[in-house]
Design a binder for this molecule. Structure first.
Ligand SMILES: C=C(O[C@@H]1C=C(C(=O)O)C=C[C@H]1O)C(=O)O
Length: 367
């Protein structure tokens, strides 16, 4: 038979080559997933068309026309798109519709490349996260002028989620409408908080125009886009999204208006060294000095209490839960020790999460 190979011998070689290709494809997929995770850390876009083009160019050059070029392209197109799709995109639920301040805060935190899912209420954002239908949710928690966002605090009592981060967004309110002329505005629509934050301006400049409270600034902008006689107080993103004209920029009554948002998920991140821990505590209110006892646990350990807020427990008259933010991570020994004692002395104890403080996280230029 000399050097001549049989069909079955060559097929054996082909089988071995295919096995090699398959092993290499699996390895390539793992590499793409690893890159995807690294991109998540820096909020970098998953799709990198420049890199993909470089790959095609290099392969076509190395091929030197041996393998049919069109076939080579389509084979690698399939491989690359499959690898790219394996880099799971982060999905973030937020209080919609599009272009609310919460949406803006989400983009500031996660970047443009994450996919965003608009929900109709804060409650639904929590529900999406708890059911693991999205990776994260973003919700407003307090405004520097108006104070706490109660529906967010109440949702923490109802859902089992963890706080993963916080982001602060300076808020500036714009009066917008379809024409950009103040004379066309017969009603001013917005969310309760912006209406409150612009109360004085509205009283002075549009004293006879009624206000209409809707569930978000995005919804108000949407209404203004559909009705020439409705003005909305909305974000700069809303102006672009709904093709509206600015009537007056920056109508908030106080400068330095900032809203703090919380990123919620199913797991808190590891300690970064400049962290915050949030707790939800129920006190035995009939016992004198119960709150004092909690504060003493913190004070004697030099634990910095950065915020305390109380909320009534629904259906239990005159019973309250306390939201506390303290400086430090649950993995810091002193915080762990303090929390272990709080667990013993409080009627209810829940660790809501430990996460990097807003002023320390690098938003990688997404802001
Ligand atoms: C793996 C990456 O992510 C994507 C997938 C690529 C690939 O499969 O080669 C190339 C670029 C990206 O669109 C990467 O950025 O390197």
């Amino acid at each position: 038979m000399g050097d001549k190979q049989t069909i079955s011998e060559v097929r054996n070689r082909i089988d071995a080559i295919d096995n090699n290709i398959l092993e290499l494809l699996k390895e390539r997929l793992e590499c793409a997933k690893a890159i995807g995770r690294l991109k998540d850390e820096t909020s970098r876009a998953k799709w990198d068309p420049l890199r993909e083009r470089e790959i095609y160019e290099r392969l076509l050059c190395d091929n030197k026309g041996v393998f049919p070029e069109q076939a080579l392209r389509s084979i690698f197109h399939e491989i690359i798109t499959t690898c790219r799709l394996s880099q799971k995109k982060i999905e973030v639920a937020y209080l919609g519709p599009e272009a609310t301040f919460t949406h803006l805060a989400g983009v500031k935190y996660f970047g443009q490349s994450a996919s965003y899912k608009a929900m109709e209420s804060i409650d639904e954002v929590f529900n999406e996260v708890e059911k693991k239908r999205v990776n994260y949710g973003i919700v407003p928690v307090e405004n520097s002028i108006e104070g706490a966002v109660f529906s967010t605090l109440d949702s923490f009592m109802k859902y089992n989620v963890k706080i993963c981060g916080e982001v602060q967004l300076p808020i500036t309110h714009n009066l917008v409408c379809r024409s950009g002329n103040i004379e066309d505005i017969q009603t001013v629509a917005s969310h309760a908080q912006p209406l409150a934050q612009c109360r004085e301006w509205l009283k002075k400049n549009l004293p006879d125009v009624p206000t209409l409270q809707v569930f978000s600034t995005g919804a108000a902008a949407q209404m203004a886009a559909n009705n020439p006689n409705i003005g909305a107080i909305a974000s700069s993103l809303a102006i672009k999204t709904y093709e509206l004209q600015v009537v007056v920029k920056g109508i908030e009554d106080y400068q330095g208006n900032t809203t703090r948002f919380l990123v919620i998920g199913n797991q808190s991140p590891d300690r970064c060294g400049s962290d915050k821990t949030s707790l939800l505590l129920g006190l035995l209110v009939n016992r004198p000095g119960a709150l004092n006892e909690v504060l003493t646990v913190l004070a004697t350990r030099n634990i910095d209490l950065t915020k305390i807020e109380s909320r009534p427990i629904k259906g239990k008259q005159w019973k309250y839960l306390f939201f506390l933010d303290i400086a430090g991570h649950i993995d810091d020994p002193i915080i762990r020790e303090g929390c272990d004692i709080l667990k013993q002395i409080c009627a209810y104890y829940e660790w809501l999460g430990s996460y990097p403080r807003a002023d320390t996280i690098d938003l990688g230029g997404n802001g």
